[in-house]
Design a protein around this ligand. Structure first.
Ligand SMILES: *Cc1c(COP(=O)(O)O)cnc(C)c1O
Length: 461
């Protein structure tokens, strides 16, 4: 044991290593020294426990390189989404369009007119930059934006219903991923939840019977990520509008994943558009910026001017406010919507959701060819299969979109091992496993990432 311990290198001698010196050029000395010390300590510990009967300098050095690689890796990194889930909440929801990203760079590294009115040379409002665009696209009288849709719902309820009752159907008291729960958001906003109906059925008279002198609003929440099937009933938006008019109450709709384009034209199922709700007369509508809209994280509120004006004055707005980078990306994304064709082409998630099957097939063939060229058949079996992608982001939970996947059957490793190693690469690839086969859904893979995938697979398999 003493002989082994005496073979452990000193930190100073490791610091003289050529490759360590390369690291020192880019990594703070403190981190390099700490990493070396940590690895040597770990070896000492394992020797004392009797776990090691032999050590070599080279092996310790290799481990130091590996640990340095890990400790200098940023925590937030780009990944390749091969899952086929287009709006993948765990993988950053919507990737931004190129133009939106360029706008962030332009606005972010210079001064800008975030709160300055250039016409009048005096203080302006940050909300003005997107309000006209939002009104133009949705047909609403007024609009504002906050940090995310959860914040939007909270702001609306706090403004319209603090200390008073808001009527919601029991079938709409949903929990969205990341612990957005309608009843808890409502509690935080200071509004009092008045549940009506049952889990599966709510009728118009349930709403009407619940109205009293302390009622402040009626709220309709999009069920987003789940559906109740079978003996069910929810009151349609037209009846809720008529009811809210009769009692002079604002009708608030949380659409969740707001969409501006009727996606049924592209073979997807119909999702009510924001314009549709505005036109029908819903008073206040809230939705996310980074779900089906395909922009940055944001909560968008559109509706009647008197309500939006009240929200702008709410003190909570200051705490929930949107920042300049988001605003830059949002304005640019909204601009793309002025021309629907352009939006579908340039907003990545809309593009992915509307790619034709022929194009998907061609892409799967290309990726499979590239893999086969680098990796021999005795290491992996590569085939192309038809499969289904999902929308994700709490939108269209039952929708499955036909797609093509490249299916991999590794010959020398278990699929779980391959999945795990792909996840730990410098540019991680997140895949789906089905029936002991690894699936790469080309719908959500950017074409210029194919090479990275092939390289990663080559080194793993
Ligand atoms: C996603 C969703 C939210 C939360 O939106 P965030 O932008 O993630 O805060 C709220 N309500 C509904 C119905 C949703 O689908």
């Amino acid at each position: 044991m003493n002989k082994l311990l005496s073979k452990l290198p000193k930190v100073d001698s490791v610091l003289n290593d050529y490759k360590i010196n390369e690291y020192l050029k880019e990594t703070p000395r403190k981190i390099v020294v700490e990493t070396i010390r940590r690895v040597i300590d770990l070896y000492r510990f394992r020797i004392l426990k009797g776990e090691l009967s032999e050590i070599t300098y080279d092996e310790i050095l290799e481990e130091i390189y590996r640990q340095l690689e890990l400790s200098t890796r940023p925590s937030l990194r780009r990944v390749i989404n091969a899952t086929g889930t287009v709006i993948h909440t765990n993988l950053g929801r919507s990737p931004l369009s190129k133009s939106a990203l360029e706008k962030i760079v332009e606005i972010g590294c210079r001064y800008n007119n975030l709160e300055y009115n250039l016409e009048e040379g005096k203080r302006g409002s940050r909300y003005s930059h997107v309000e006209d665009l939002l009104c133009n696209i949705t047909g609403a009288e007024a609009a504002m934006v906050v940090n995310n849709n959860a914040a939007a719902v909270m702001l609306v309820l706090s403004t319209l219903a603090k200390g008073r009752e808001v009527i919601v159907s029991r079938g709409q008291l949903v929990e969205i991923g990341g612990s957005f729960r309608v009843p808890l958001v409502m509690e935080q906003s200071g509004a009092i939840l008045k549940e009506v109906g049952t889990t599966n059925r709510t009728h118009l008279h349930d709403y009407e019977n619940a109205i009293n002198e302390n009622t402040a609003a009626i709220l309709k929440v999009h069920q987003s990520n789940y559906r109740i099937l079978g003996f069910t009933e929810e009151v349609d938006i037209e009846s809720l509008i008529a009811l809210s008019k009769k009692y002079n109450l604002p009708l608030v709709e949380d659409i969740g994943s707001g969409v501006f384009i009727d996606l049924s034209k592209y073979g997807l199922s119909y999702e009510p558009t924001v314009q549709n709700s505005v036109k029908k007369g819903v008073d206040v509508i809230t939705f996310s910026g980074d779900k089906l809209l395909g922009g940055p994280q944001a909560g968008i509120i559109v509706g009647k001017k008197k309500y939006i004006d009240a929200m702008k004055k709410n003190q909570l707005t200051r705490a929930l406010r949107i920042d300049k980078f988001t605003l830059a990306a949002l304005e640019e994304t909204l601009r793309l919507y002025l021309d629907e064709e352009k939006a579908v082409k340039e907003i990545p998630i809309l593009n992915m959701l509307t790619i034709s099957r022929e194009v998907l097939k061609k892409r799967a063939q290309k990726l499979s060819r590239m893999i086969k060229k680098q990796i021999s058949e005795d290491r992996v079996n590569v085939t192309i299969k038809m499969d289904f992608s999902t929308v994700g982001g709490g939108a269209m939970p039952l929708e499955t979109i036909p797609t093509y996947v490249v299916a991999l059957e590794p010959k020398r490793k278990r699929v779980e091992e391959v999945e795990n190693e792909l996840r730990k690469k410098e540019i991680p690839v997140i895949v789906r496993i089905s029936k002991d086969v690894i699936l790469l859904d080309v719908r959500t893979i950017f074409e210029d990432d194919y090479e990275v995938i092939v390289d990663n697979l080559n080194s793993i398999l």
